[in-house]
Design a protein around this ligand. Structure first.
Ligand code: C2E
Ligand code: CA
Ligand code: CA
Length: 398
């Protein structure tokens, strides 16, 4: 049999702009058209929202299935006449073929078909995609990592790398951003860009985030004492952590247990985390601020927040995303944008860190336009805390 997982493209736009009544009617039409385009040995169902599933019995040939998808999408794209307008809907289809002996459960098949559907969407929508070897490997790795991640902290596979942040007035390192690292016993080092999303999807992020915060505060507090250093710890918080009511007490305990003063901790939060519920985020940030820690907005410029919205939040620092810095030297447009961000951030009382500084040229420009802090490979890659402390904690002279 084959499972065809169909999701309407851009249905949300119809719902949001024309109302749910029209949205319901469109779903009704779409369902009837799918039924009409499906032969008697097939079965059409609606899973929920704008997701439909078409089951096709006794068919495993890819060409035949591809043709069937074309027919389904052709039926779907006929304009729907409603309230004197012609509405156009399209869809994306993910296909899974199950041959006799396949040991996947129905749920597994739907999951794989959903993965393939998502692939069809990323290729532009209005098309189909098969669940193939590449997707299978991706899903398998994802599931393996999720399993292994449960034990990673307990088995000492997680450690924190630190990347210095330098103050452009003094040219000294004033902070270190803690960045999580995973030494996997089989797969070797795995990037947080891969495993943090896995942790976020599987509810592991809260325990991993807590582990990270406790380790990093302990390590930094120890070295601050030993070397009599005034070094701030920057730690990343994921959106899910911000929603966790235990977050303030976690932060409080990490500080108390490690002896790190609250003013030496800065929590980095992305725009995304704040924007999905700004009012709730504001309350959590206020609570954290009351503990005495400072707060930074991370990856600024990649989301949809405006400085006008950020102004209402209790923030101390704005970190300009690396994508604005990478081509800074070649783009006058970027230079104007970065200069404006800094001016506006200063106007609402925020300190600015430029991320991803890789060249002396970028650094000089940032210094000229009054940027407060810099971070990036030009100063240092993320390294172990020992390495960070043996480096001179000063900017390279270039
Ligand atoms: P981020 O918070 O934006 O961290 C900065 C990332 O940019 C780091 O990647 C760092 O290695 C990289 N980077 C720094 N300077 C440069 C540069 O000059 N050039 C280039 N090309 N890259 C530079 P990393 O360590 O792979 O971390 C990736 C992301 O993973 C982080 O992005 C952060 O979003 C997430 N992450 C890491 N550790 C944690 C954690 O403990 N908790 C949470 N929630 N997220 C974390
Ligand atoms: Ca960060
Ligand atoms: Ca960042």
């Amino acid at each position: 049999m084959a499972v065809l997982f169909l999701d309407l493209d851009n249905f949300k736009i119809i719902n949001d702009s024309l109302g749910h009544g029209v949205g319901d009617a469109v779903l009704d039409h779409a369902g009837q058209r799918l039924v009409r385009a499906t032969p008697p040995n097939g079965l059409v169902g609606r899973l929920g929202g704008d997701e439909f599933v078409v089951l096709v019995n006794d068919e495993s040939d890819h060409h035949a299935l591809a043709e069937r998808c074309t027919r389904l999408l052709d039926a779907l794209t006929e304009p729907i006449r409603m309230q004197g307008r012609a509405l156009h809907v399209n869809g994306s289809i993910g296909i899974v073929v199950a041959l006799p002996g396949d040991d996947r459960s129905g749920e597994d098949l739907l999951r794989d078909a959903d993965v393939a559907m998502y692939q069809a969407k990323t290729r532009g929508g209005g098309r189909h995609a098969f669940f193939d070897v590449v997707l299978r490997k991706r899903v398998q790795r994802h599931m393996d990592l999720e399993q292994d991640l449960r034990h990673a902290a307990g088995r000492n596979q997680l450690w924190v790398a630190y990347q210095p942040v330098a103050d452009l007035r003094t040219d000294r390192t004033v902070a270190a951003e803690g960045l999580l690292r995973w030494r996997h016993p089989v797969h070797g080092p795995i990037s947080p860009a891969e495993f943090i999303p896995v942790a976020e999807e599987s509810n592991l992020i809260n325990s991993i985030g807590a582990h990270m915060l406790r380790s990093a505060t302990r390590e930094l507090a120890t070295e601050r004492e030993r070397h009599r250093l005034d070094l701030t710890l920057n730690a990343n918080l994921s959106p899910r952590q911000l929603d966790d009511p235990r977050l303030p007490s976690l932060v409080q305990h990490a500080l108390a247990d490690s002896g790190l003063p609250a003013h030496a901790l800065c929590l980095e939060i992305t725009e995304e985390a704040i924007m999905h519920d700004p009012a709730a985020a504001a309350r959590v940030l206020e609570t954290l601020r009351e503990l005495g820690v400072s707060l930074a907005i991370d990856d600024f410029g990649t989301g949809y927040s405006s400085l006008a919205q950020l102004r209402r939040l209790p923030l101390d620092t704005l970190k300009i995303d690396r994508s604005f810095i990478t081509d800074l030297s070649d783009s006058e447009e970027l230079q104007v944008i970065v200069t404006s961000i800094i001016t506006m951030a200063h106007a609402i009382g925020l300190d600015v860190v430029a991320e991803g500084v890789e060249t002396a040229q970028q650094l000089d420009f940032l210094r000229d336009i009054g940027c407060d802090h810099v971070q990036g490979y030009y100063l240092s890659k993320p390294v172990s805390l020992d390495e960070l402390l043996t480096s001179a904690l000063r900017l390279p002279t270039g």
